[in-house]
Design a protein around this ligand. Structure first.
Ligand code: SAH
Length: 338
């Protein structure tokens, strides 16, 4: 039995045609699932009884279970339990431009970034496409609102689960599914160079964010294992390749870690590193977690860093911090639970 939310429209059409059904059946099914939000095959009233039986024999519409919700004014955090008992988390953020969901792409993560709660816990497995899609659908249904944008910045490294993530992007982007515009979808990677190039070749208009977090190889290696696999030179060559193909601006994510990467000198080095690229820098205030010794940079240090970049002509913003009252740090809800 396969979960029907794993199928793109084309895949479902092919499947059905192969079994002797009309291609149009896939459109009817998509209409029930995504437009009418009807998940019980028995209620698909315009479909013949025998066909419904066929669907029931071959597919489920099972949802991942929403186990816990933590609510704040501008943010909600969700803990989901998967069919095999694994836990993942997602975040709903209320921006002035609409509702945004941050989804997990893996159970745990193997990238081993030293400051990250999910990296500490290691990857258990990749998420299937339906497990990503259902995070967005379940949250949309929970608040009974349309989700305007999706960021793939939750637990996991999306480019380490490449095929399932690309299918997920295609699904949420499909006007017959969630109709989230490509420019409202962001994928964040710690910098898997070959996958950045593969992604560039797809030519999607999806936003790409790169977790840079340090302006030199030496510093980056101290906090991110991926820096031992790919040098900054290789990462920026891949970015260039991506930008030549897509003409898209890339977001550089930079976590502000006290006395690690937040000096004025670091800002100057960073400005030099990125000067020939069409990027903007998003400074991320660090969410401290009790299991990891890194500390967040002070507001004063963030201001100095920000102003230094600005004065050097860098386009820079500081990320808004959501929900201080709840386990807002990436991966904390899950890690508390296990
Ligand atoms: N693996 C991908 C996506 C998931 S992490 C990536 O590395 O981009 C999403 C972002 O959250 C990354 O920039 C990551 O470095 C950052 N992050 C991880 N732990 C954090 C914390 N405790 N506080 C703030 N940002 C954190």
């Amino acid at each position: 039995m396969e979960n029907i939310f794993n199928y793109t429209k084309t895949e479902l059409e092919n499947y059905l045609v192969n079994k002797g059904y009309k291609k149009f059946l896939a459109s009817q099914i998509f209409d029930w699932l995504y437009d009418k939000k009807e998940y019980n095959f028995d209620n698909f009233s315009n479909i013949k009884k025998e066909t419904i039986q066929f669907l029931k024999d071959n597919f489920t519409t099972d949802f991942i279970e929403m186990t816990k919700v933590e609510e704040d004014t501008d943010v909600k955090k969700f803990l989901f339990t998967l069919k095999d008992g694994q836990k993942i988390e997602s975040v709903l953020m209320y921006h002035n431009y609409g509702l945004s969901v941050c989804v997990s792409s893996q159970v745990g993560c193997n990238m081993g970034c030293k400051f990250c709660e999910s990296g500490r816990l290691k990857k258990v497995r990749d998420l299937e496409t339906y497990e990503m899609l259902e995070q967005v659908i379940a949250i949309g249904n929970y608040v009974n609102k349309k989700i305007d944008s999706v960021v793939i910045m939750g637990i996991g490294e999306p480019f380490d689960n490449y095929d399932n993530v690309i299918k997920f992007i295609n699904l949420i982007n499909d006007p017959k599914v969630l109709e989230i515009g490509a420019r409202h979808i962001t994928i964040s990677t710690c910098g898997l160079v070959p996958k950045i190039k593969d992604f560039a070749d797809l030519g999607l208009q999806v936003n790409l964010a790169l977790s840079l977090h340090a302006p030199t190889d030496e510093k980056r290696k101290q906090i991110m294992n991926i820096a031992k696999a790919y040098s900054l030179k290789e990462v920026f060559e891949a970015l260039k390749y991506y930008q030549d193909k897509t003409k898209r601006r890339v977001t550089i994510e930079y976590i502000m870690l006290d006395k690690i990467n937040d000096s004025k000198e670091d800002a100057v080095t960073l400005a030099k590193l990125i000067k020939d690229y069409n990027v903007y820098v998003n400074l991320i205030p660090y969410n401290e977690t009790k299991n990891i010794e890194f500390k967040a940079s002070s507001q004063k240090q963030i201001d100095i860093f920000y102003n230094t970049l600005k004065s050097l002509g860098v386009d820079v913003t500081v990320r808004h911090k959501f929900g201080n009252k709840i386990s807002a740090a990436c991966g904390q809800l899950r890690s508390k639970e296990i």
